[in-house]
Write a new protein. Structure first.
Length: 309
């Protein structure tokens, strides 16, 4: 199974910054050690033209040349640097590459990404560009150029924080279905309307979470028929996540992943996934959740290969 990484493009963050940049290198190490069937490739760099499928020219230019305002950077939560710009482009490129690969092979991954708080003209919450939105738009454009039927895309966002940027980008767009299942009282405190929002109370555990997910996927299936799923497999619903406020166990998160992959497999819908958030005090626990997602993904990738003609 092919996965795309941008972990070598490291943001220079001040000491004590709460964003766990080190988790990306740890994930790569764990995949090399425990899942050698995952083939890892350096992420391509998203171009201005690709980013412009979603983002305003003003936002792309101001981020790229450093003229972005200090207020806008405070909303993102990172200091501006050329390395930040490069990593943001690469992380978006990784989801593009994962979507292209999934369209041919069934399943593929971005080992980072899931930057769902970025909207057309601004960032937020550690998100500069919206990788899932850019990839969705590009896959639609590429399928249109090939003269095929229009591509419908479902974004299944199971990060613990609402995908407000994705919701705002695809508002009133019938070709993309946005499903966000998140903590009701968690960030962002001013939420946007997704096509389907499932708001969970603080302390929600495995059983209630999985029941809510089952209902949400049934609703998605009733209302929409995607040709591609982009799955944001956030590790932050984990019970010991510093920012999550939910109570999912390792087993509960594996069951969550399995249910999403099974939804796509049963309908033979290609699925690309990104890692999104994860802020456990012990970074190794976040990486353990992510490694579990990759284990499930590999199982379903093998099913796709065995079913190929």
């Amino acid at each position: 199974m092919r996965a795309f990484y941008s972990g070598q493009f490291v943001l220079p963050l001040p000491t004590g910054h709460r964003f766990p940049m080190g988790r990306y290198v740890l994930l790569r190490d764990q995949l090399e050690q425990h899942l050698p069937e995952v083939q890892m490739f350096e992420a391509p760099r998203a171009s201005d033209g690709e980013l412009a499928l979603v983002h305003t020219p003003q936002w792309i230019a101001s981020i790229s040349d450093g003229s972005v305002s200090p207020e806008a950077m405070r909303e993102i939560g990172f200091p501006w640097s050329e390395a930040m710009v490069e990593r943001s482009r690469r992380s978006t490129g990784a989801t593009i590459a994962a979507c292209r690969t999934a369209m041919g092979e069934g399943v593929s991954a971005n080992m980072a990404g899931g930057t769902h708080h970025a909207s057309a003209g601004k960032g937020g919450g550690f998100c500069v560009f919206n990788d899932a939105a850019v990839a969705a738009r590009l896959m639609q454009a590429e399928q249109g150029r090939r003269g095929r039927i229009p591509l419908h895309v479902a974004v299944i966002d199971l990060d613990v924080h609402q995908g407000n940027g994705t919701a705002s980008i695809f508002r009133n767009d019938a070709s993309v279905f946005t499903l966000s299942m998140h903590g009701q009282k968690n960030f962002p405190f001013r939420k946007e309307a997704s096509d389907l929002d499932v708001e969970l109370p603080d302390g929600c555990g495995d059983d209630d979470y999985l029941a809510a997910l089952e209902h949400a996927l049934d609703e998605l299936d009733r209302r929409f028929s995607p040709g591609l799923v982009i799955y944001l497999a956030g590790a932050d619903p984990f019970e010991r996540d510093r920012l999550g406020r939910l109570k999912l166990s390792f087993d509960g998160l594996e069951a969550r992943d399995r249910r999403v992959f099974d939804f796509a497999w049963q309908r033979r819908i290609p699925l690309a996934f990104a890692m999104a958030g994860g802020y456990a005090s012990d970074i190794a626990e976040t990486v353990q959740v992510q490694l579990g997602t990759f284990r499930v993904a590999c199982e379903y990738w093998r099913r796709w290969q065995n079913a190929a003609p």
